[in-house]
Structures are given as structure tokens and as C-alpha cells.
Design a binder for this molecule. Sequence first.
Ligand SMILES: [Zn+2]
Length: 272
Amino acid sequence: MYRRRRIVVFGGVAVVIVVIVIMLVSLLTPKPPGGPSPSPSSSPAPSPTPSGSPSPKPTASKTPSPEPTPSFDKTAHSIDNADSIWVVVNKLRALDPIDYAPDDLVYPDVVNINNQPMRQQTADALVTMFDAAAADDIGLTVQSAYRSYATQVSVYAGWVDSEGQEAADLTSARPGHSEHQTGLAVDVSGSSGECSLQICFGGTVYGKWLAENSWKYGFIVRYPDGFTDVTGYEYEGYHMRFVGITLATEMHDTKVPTLEQFFDLPDAPSYE
Ligand SMILES: [Zn+2]
């Protein structure tokens, strides 16, 4: 008796549930077109749109939110050691030893006009950067890279011969004071050769691409426009200096244009 009643009750409940489910399903099922005066929003509200919304999520997580640098460690690498990727060389800071030569020079697989090598880390970063530029239809080549102390002796002497010492000091470093001797500096040209090694390079599509993107690969435009009094050199939009992604990113984010300013070093407009 009790059991029968229970069965009956359960049966009734089950029927009610089934009816409710059927009603819900019929309510949720998209009505066929031409239904009796559906609300105007019926057709533009297809359920696939909301269900497609999860796709933007990965995009959002990909964008690395500008993570606040917890007080950048300016002593992570030496600025004095000639082997350091942060070494600061200028007219007041000679390399030590003055005839320093890196021991990991390589020739990256890129167009290399003067066929000069560079340090391994510089080469790796450069290839990545050139690939990225190529993907943006910007063809880049290496104009010059490592120059030994002995080479710099003759390069500088050549400039003095042709331009006089004062003019020479604005474009060419004295031996022992050149970033090119570190193996971390590369003069980059555009595939067209436009404004190669000239001030106007900064205005070319190549120079603009480098100014905008080189930091992502660990390079800085070492002699930026308007900072001759700090660096001692005229604007060289083509002279890329490898410092590593960490420092290049920090300088980019904090908008500090020169190594001298970043490391609170004295301006180096001329030799003492
Ligand atoms: Zn250079």
C-alpha cells in the first residue's frame, strides 16, 4: 500500500519532471524562422556567439602585462669588465685591457658586408632580430661588427687623415675606446643600402624599425639623436649595441636613452 503510493507519487513526479524538461528544451531550442512575431532580437542572438567568447582569453593572457620591475638590479653585470654584456665604453672609459679581444667571436648566417664577426650572444640575438624584421618585410644586413684594437688603430688614423682629429672624434673611436672592439656592437644597414652608416639612416624604414623593436632582442641604439653631449657621438641610428634583453627592456620601459644616464656615469662628450 505504502509502496504503491510511493510509486504513484514518484511516477507523478517523474512525469512532471519530464514535462518540465520538454518545455525547457522547446523554449531553449532556436525557433524555426517565420515563427509568430518573435522578438526582433531572436535572429541576432545565436548561442554560438557567446560560446565563442572563450577564444579571446588566451590572447589576453598572452599579452604580458607590464610587470612592475621590482627595483631593477643595476649590478647584475659589471659595467667595467670588458667581457661583460653591460660594459660601458666611451671617451672617458677605455677598455681594460686596452687591447682586449673577445674569445667567442662568430659569424652569424646573415648578409655581412665587411665580413666582421661578433660575440656569440650578439650573433644569436641579431639573427633573431633580423628574422623578426624580415617578417615585417624589413631586410637588414650587417655593415660592420667586431674590430680589433689593431684595426681600430688604422680606422681611426684614416679618419684623422681625411677629416682632422676633431671631426674624426665625432664618428670614430680612438683605439681601446670603441664599442666595436667589445664584439657587442653591430652597424646595421638596410637591404637597399639607403643612408648606410649615415645620420639619415634613422629616418629610413630600417632605422625606424630598429628604433622601435631592437630592445625586444636585447639591443639599444647606442648613440641616439640629441645625446651627443652625453655619448660623445653624433646620432648613429645604425649602431646597435647588444646589452641583453633585461637591460634593453628596462631602458626602453623607463625611457632612459643612454648607458651613461642609466648607470649614473659622467657625460663623456670628449677625451680628457
Ligand atoms: Zn658602430
